[in-house]
Design a protein around this ligand. Structure first.
Ligand code: NAP
Ligand code: ZN
Length: 355
């Protein structure tokens, strides 16, 4: 099927319109019109090849809300007209221990990413994947999520990455009432971490570089904002957290955050993918503290998160943009100038001419 998206042609070129093909429907595929797509900082990293594995032309986008237009004859759970969602994964081996546990994000053979990857399991292993900054998408049923009734479609897209990436560690570390959660960096992931942790009943502190976002942090559900550059305030907060989620997107120094953890507490890194400034083991050993990482979440947990958000009334704060404004949005994202997630209204992208 002919479609159109916005693609980076190289790490230095801005995104521009790109005509390409989506595969023909297979028996277990779901085809959809993309209605909305969130703009994750990973899209920017990937467009610029920050991680060194980008494949061009590259159509980013892994926070996708769509409407089903066709289903293969073996599809069991979706029908034409359903509102559906797709996140960061579109396939996995489905047979390893992690896939069988519903942790496709930890697939032993590496899951297939929604874009800048190559189909390896249920497709010709040469087909590049292309993401949601596009008019249409075809995904195998196992990687399609259902948008629960009542969730605002125009706001829900960021749940598919920012939402699940912060929900998963909150659940892994059993956050609930009485837990003290810190969130480093108030951006797309950070603001979802605040909303989700608050909805789970935790006491939430935002750790931000300046005081600028204090009013926002409180409005999002945080109990306070701690300025990470204020050494005195940081010293006062020593040993006062059960879990800290670090969403900072670049190489940075985690040493100021580790002493904030209580005994046996964990700093979980979900932001920077790559090297960090050298961590000292002193506060780790003395306080039996832990540093961990966490990648997105599995498909079942993503559905659980969508249902949780629908029930708890948790939705991202979004700024709607047209696809034509994506390059300006990337520039603002780089400067942390977004409150708190751009979402592309895909109606702004004209349909490709009929084949
Ligand atoms: P974002 O919206 O740009 O937010 C990042 C926040 O980090 C900013 O708002 C800012 O908060 C803080 N920050 C930015 N630059 C900083 C710097 N130089 N030093 C210290 N703090 C800085 O980004 P995002 O979409 O939330 O994504 C965050 C990171 O998570 C990205 O690297 C992305 O690739 C990664 N990610 C990982 C996963 C995963 O599976 N683990 C999934 C999705 C995304 P303040 O202004 O409050 O300081
Ligand atoms: Zn993302």
């Amino acid at each position: 099927m002919k479609t159109v998206g916005y693609a980076a042609r190289s790490e230095t070129t801005p995104l521009s319109a790109y005509d390409f093909e989506r595969r023909a429907l297979r028996p277990n595929d779901v085809a959809m019109d993309v209605l909305y797509c969130g703009v994750c900082h990973s899209d920017l990293h990937q467009a610029r090849n920050d991680w060194g594995w980008s494949q061009y032309p590259l159509v980013p986008g892994h926070e996708i809300i769509g409407r089903v237009t066709a289903v293969g004859n073996e599809v069991k759970h979706y029908a034409v007209g359903d509102h559906v969602a797709v996140g960061c994964l579109v396939d996995s081996c489905q047979s390893c221990d992690q896939c069988r546990k519903g942790q496709e994000q930890l697939c032993r053979k590496m899951p297939v990413q929604t874009y800048s990857d190559t189909e390896r399991f249920s497709c010709e292993p040469t087909t590049p994947t292309q993401g949601g900054y596009s008019k249409h998408l075809v995904v195998r049923e196992e990687f399609v999520l259902r948008v629960p009734e009542g969730l605002d479609l125009s706001k829900a897209a960021p749940l598919l990455c920012a939402g699940i990436t912060t929900y998963s560690p909150l659940r892994t570390w059993n956050v609930g009432p009485g837990n003290r959660v810190g969130v480093v960096g108030l951006g797309g992931l950070g603001h979802m971490a605040v909303k989700l942790a608050a909805a789970m009943g935790a006491d939430v502190t935002v750790l931000s570089r300046t005081k600028d976002k204090e009013a926002d942090a409180l409005a999002l559900g945080a109990d306070r904002l701690l300025v990470s550059s204020d050494a005195e305030a940081m010293a006062e907060a020593a040993s006062s957290f059960d879990l800290i989620i670090d969403t900072v997107p670049v190489k940075h120094d985690i040493n100021p955050y580790v002493p904030l953890l209580d005994v046996d507490a964990t700093l979980v890194i979900v932001g920077q993918i790559g090297p960090l400034a050298e961590p000292s083991t002193v506060p780790l050993l003395l306080g039996r503290r832990r540093i961990a990482g966490s990648p997105i979440g599995g498909i079942a947990e993503t559905q659980e998160m969508l249902n949780f958000c629908a029930k708890a009334g948790v939705l991202p704060d979004v700024e709607m943009i047209r696809i034509q404004d994506i390059n300006a949005a990337f520039e603002r994202l780089e400067k942390a100038d977004v409150r708190y997630r751009f979402v592309i209204d895909m109606a702004s992208l004209p349909l490709p001419e009929a084949a």
